[in-house]
Ligand binder design. Structure first.
Ligand SMILES: Nc1ncnc2c1ncn2[C@@H]1O[C@H](COP(=O)(O)OP(=O)(O)O)[C@@H](O)[C@H]1O
Ligand SMILES: [Mg+2]
Length: 326
């Protein structure tokens, strides 16, 4: 069986379906690590699914993948297997609690933290293959502005930047916004402020960031970058409790401040960018996805066990390692 002819064009260019369409692929990114990208990706997906959307989350934090830990899933097949030809995309697509689908990176993906031509091509093919079948695809990227992170974001129609009120996180968010504007020609980005100390602080943080952008960034084509604030999520012990229980806060504590913040963010996102519509997922279509252009080293058998075996907090503490632009 052969697959459809796949293009490698990112963004809102014509895709494998041959249509120019409205935004469907959203990268969730941040300058600093540990600010809540994975938390937002998973809970936003659940909130959007609750609104009736068919959502896919791709774990593209290739070096520090931990979506599996947050969702308490132990996949038999991961993106790593798909990329190395050891599994099919259909096998790697899992349904997560919250009724959305996920593609988990797998612990062997460390070799993909370098942006080789193989990684580029496979990632582009992956996005073009899945995009017609979902209303929305959320890419949970790594932190910082490494080439692999920037490439993952370049696959997205829209970037959602996460910042926290902490000065270092704000400075790193600014650096990310600037690079995305200068290198990818993005003139607007969405912003989520996470871990605010009180309601309304997010608005203040967004205004502060916007004023620094207006003062210091001029894009090569002229003009500057407009932030589109999606909302805020307050710092809430329910989030940490949910992580401890390896559940989504949207499901475990739906009435919590954090869950309500994320429902509001989902509503605003769906208002700004209504679900794009999707093709049905006929059985077998995604089975023969990716020809492997060149052999890729597989995981060393003596390597440490997958992170799913670790306690959630231990693993998440590791996720705080940043690719700090400074
Ligand atoms: N709104 C919040 N309130 C309380 N704790 C939070 C909140 N958002 C994130 N956290 C904590 O920060 C940790 C790291 O979040 P995570 O989503 O893994 O960050 P990232 O993916 O950006 O590295 C979470 O495990 C959680 O304990
Ligand atoms: Mg993460």
């Amino acid at each position: 069986m052969s697959t459809t002819t796949l293009t490698t064009s990112p963004g809102s260019e014509p895709t494998a379906t041959g249509r120019t369409e409205r935004p469907r692929v959203f990268a969730i990114t941040s300058g600093k690590g540990g600010v809540g990208k994975t938390m937002l990706a998973a809970n936003l997906a659940a909130a959007l699914a609750r609104r009736g959307e068919r959502v896919l989350v791709i774990d593209a934090d290739l070096g520090l993948a931990n979506l599996d830990v947050v969702l308490n899933l132990q996949p038999r097949r991961t993106l790593h297997d798909v990329f190395t030809g050891q599994g099919t995309l259909d096998q790697a697509l899992l349904t997560a609690p919250g009724d959305f689908q996920v593609l988990l990176a797998g612990s062997g993906l460390i070799e993909y933290s370098r942006l080789t031509p193989t990684v580029r091509e496979q990632f582009a093919r992956l996005i073009d293959t899945v995009r017609p079948h979902y209303d929305r695809v959320l890419i949970d990227t790594g932190a910082g502005i490494s080439d692999v992170v920037l490439y993952a974001i370049s696959m997205a129609d829209e970037a959602i930047v996460i910042a926290t009120p902490e000065p270092t996180a704000l400075a790193d968010a600014y650096a990310t916004v600037k690079v995305l504007g200068m290198q990818q020609g993005r003139t607007s980005m969405m912003l989520v402020v996470n871990q605010t100390h009180r309601h309304g602080e997010g608005r203040h943080v967004a205004a502060q960031l916007q004023s620094v952008i207006d003062r210091f960034i001029t894009l090569p084509e002229g003009g500057t970058i407009r932030l589109n604030p999606l909302g805020e999520v307050v710092s809430d012990t329910s989030v940490r409790q949910a992580v401890q229980r390896r559940q989504l806060v949207m499901l475990a504590y739906p009435g919590s401040d954090a869950a309500q913040g994320m429902s509001a963010i989902a509503m605003r996102l769906a208002t700004l960018h209504p679900p794009a519509g999707r093709l049905p997922m006929p059985a077998g279509t995604l089975v023969t996805l990716l020809p492997v252009p060149e052999p890729v080293a597989t995981q060393d058998a003596s390597a440490p066990a997958p992170c799913a075996a670790l306690p959630a907090e231990a693993d998440l503490a590791g996720a705080a390692v940043t690719d700090d632009p400074h």
